[in-house]
Design a protein around this ligand. Structure first.
Ligand code: ZN
Length: 303
């Protein structure tokens, strides 16, 4: 069976390992800190590839940012990676095929091949962290769009009347309501608007000091304000997901990312199926975790 080197380039660390065609990791997963300059990132990647050169057919790289159509460069500026990063031509790293893809698309491929989406034909993956990312695979093929930047679902607008400014500078992006940042925004707004806040365990805090941790902890403690904030957050998530279900008609939606353990997948599945005009969809939690980027990049590199 063919083998790929899967490399996940994060803002603080680079993860790598050998992945087979079934999307299984067949080596130890190694980790190194992400260097502070673009040149140093290039040479670190080169060293990692040289170490494994004889064992592998292809190299798959997972990175934040928008990737070009040729899958050789990251075009957009990536806030957690150094200046010059978007000048790197990853195909120059070695004479074997080197394939770079956006991290959300890689996570989608990982879940499709060997995660919660395994066995399904059409998988929509939504990653919920500080922001929201997404990917779609149908018939084994990643949907990339005209320039390779499809599924920027976090920027999808859910209101037209400029209710809330997003960190990107635009208004009413889905991610300003339904991401981790969105949950915090719901908490701040709820503290000002919900009568339950006056009886809440957080009543002595300033509205903008309440954290996402406070809300998830408050739910465990049965705090009525926290429960109301959480339900509002789920409502925003549902609104985006039901539209995406109608657009892509997926067999399943896989929820991944730092916030995924807090998401009520059962409730979302019921509500989406009650409202969507397309046939039934499953809502599942991702299973590939921290290995998603590595596995997905390798799977996509095989092509
Ligand atoms: Zn935005």
């Amino acid at each position: 069976m063919k083998k790929a080197l899967g490399i996940d380039i994060g803002g603080t660390k680079i993860l790598y390992g050998i992945v087979n065609e079934n999307g299984e990791i067949v080596s130890e997963v190694k980790k190194t800190f992400t260097p502070k300059t673009a040149d140093a990132i290039f040479s670190t990647l080169k060293t990692i590839i040289d170490e494994h050169y004889t064992e592998i057919e292809v190299v798959g790289l997972s990175s934040a940012g928008a990737v070009n159509l040729e899958n050789t460069k990251v075009l957009s500026s990536t806030p957690n990676l150094p200046d010059g990063y978007n000048q790197i031509d990853f195909s120059a790293l070695c004479d074997k095929k080197v394939y770079v893809e956006n991290d959300a698309n890689c996570a989608c491929a990982a879940e499709y091949k060997n995660g919660a989406g395994k066995g399904f034909n059409t998988v929509l993956m939504i990653t919920i962290g500080t922001g929201i990312g997404g990917g779609v695979i149908s018939d084994g093929k990643l949907f990339r769009g005209a320039k390779g930047n499809a599924l920027e679902v976090g920027s999808m607008k859910i209101f037209a009347d400029k209710r809330q400014k997003c960190t990107c500078g635009r208004y009413d992006c889905w991610e300003s309501y339904a991401s981790g940042t969105g949950l915090k925004n719901c908490a701040t707004k709820g503290a000002k608007e919900y009568p339950e806040f006056r009886e809440s365990i957080y009543k002595d805090k300033q509205p903008d000091e309440i954290t996402t941790y406070d809300i998830t902890d408050g739910i465990q403690k049965g705090d009525a304000y926290s429960i109301k904030v959480f339900n509002q957050w789920m409502e925003y998530m549902y609104v985006g997901l039901v539209s995406l279900t109608d657009i892509f008609n997926p067999d399943c939606i896989v929820i991944s990312g730092g916030m995924c353990s807090f998401v009520d997948t059962e409730m979302l599945e019921q509500k989406i199926n009650a409202e969507s005009v397309v046939t039934d969809v499953k809502v599942l939690r991702a299973t590939t975790g921290n290995n998603a980027g590595m596995i997905g990049a390798a799977v996509l590199a095989f092509g």
